[in-house]
Design a protein around this ligand. Structure first.
Ligand code: GDP
Length: 298
């Protein structure tokens, strides 16, 4: 599986500024740092993180001559260092069921990610149940049913417009009765009315806790990498709405520049459990910090 965005790396663009040879040496001065900062910001890394990265690179090296290759290696190492602690697969608990609440704005890839995760856990021999908790979006429920069929996993639904918390409660009851390993609950992503969404998510949590006081064991926030720095705002918003425990970053196969992952790791330190690298069921990969850093700075 592809584990990093395929875009031309940052240093590719740096070299593009007329210094094509990786062995060409330049003095690490203010001008070079500014150029690097611009490139990092252009990769969606955000100003704060870009400044921190270039600051770390400059430390003890200011005024020294460095080759393009050395700069690339320093940058790559710095990115990998920031990303290493957040690269963690979804932790599995011996709960029956382990409850995974999946949140995110509409279009971020929630449905698709649930389908892909269900398929991976099925393949690992886990007994999975999905609850189609976005009961106000008939299309989302249908999509989830299609994914459930593909993954060979039952999808519990409720009539359109019915209370998602009541569906979540029924799903908990069934998953417990069946001794399921994992229950994934989809949720609505209507950010237009935050108060509503907050109450809806809080109610889901409240009712499933009647069945298991520790549930949900994970609250996954699904983010679309092509929204760039916007993903930072989404983390901030959803952390107010739910107890976000980890991230999945989708659409890293497309035009996303990927730098926002570094900003997220730097700002929030939330684990990145997986990355979406396509629209097919197998297009969910573990996040590999080294590979990502190499691709970003390549
Ligand atoms: P939801 O509204 O959050 O449930 O989003 P969906 O799961 O319906 O996904 C929205 C669109 O993004 C769909 O067209 C998906 O096929 C697409 N999508 C989701 N994940 C990925 C990904 O990792 N890569 C690409 N290229 N497309 C994706």
């Amino acid at each position: 599986p592809v584990a990093a965005p395929p875009q031309p790396g940052l240093l590719g663009r740096f070299i593009g500024k007329g210094r094509a040879e990786p062995a060409v040496r330049r003095v690490l001065d203010d001008e070079m740092l500014e150029q690097l900062e611009e490139l990092l910001i252009a990769s969606d890394m955000g100003v704060d993180t870009a400044l921190r990265v270039t600051g770390n690179i400059a430390e003890g090296r200011f005024g020294k001559r460095l080759s393009t290759r050395e700069i690339k290696e320093l940058l790559s190492a710095e990115v990998a260092r920031i990303m290493a602690p957040v690269a963690r697969p979804l932790p599995l608990y011996p709960r029956r069921p382990q409850v995974v609440l999946v949140v995110g704005v509409n279009g971020s890839g929630k449905t698709t990610t649930i389908g892909k995760l269900a398929s991976q856990f099925r393949a690992a021999g886990k007994n999975v149940v999905i609850a189609a908790g976005d009961t106000f979006r008939a299309a989302a429920v249908e999509q989830l049913q299609v994914w459930g069929e593909r993954a060979g996993v039952p999808v519990l639904t409720a009539p359109e417009g019915s209370d998602p918390a009541s569906l979540a409660f029924d799903a908990m009851t069934r998953a417990q009765a069946e001794g399921a390993d994992l229950l994934m609950i989809d949720t609505a992503g209507r950010l237009q009315n935050r108060q509503d969404l907050m109450e809806e998510l809080a109610k889901i949590v409240r009712v499933i806790r009647k069945k298991d006081p520790e549930a949900p064991h994970n609250t996954l926030l699904v983010l679309d990498a092509t929204t760039g720095q916007n993903a930072v705002n989404q983390v901030e918003t959803f952390r107010k709405l739910a107890d976000v425990s980890g991230l999945v970053m989708t659409k890293l196969d497309g035009t996303a520049k990927g730098g926002v992952l570094v900003a997220l790791a730097d700002k929030f330190g939330l684990p990145i459990h997986a990355i979406g690298v396509g629209e097919q069921i197998d297009d969910l990969a573990p996040f590999d910090p080294e590979e990502f850093a190499a691709a970003l700075t390549g």
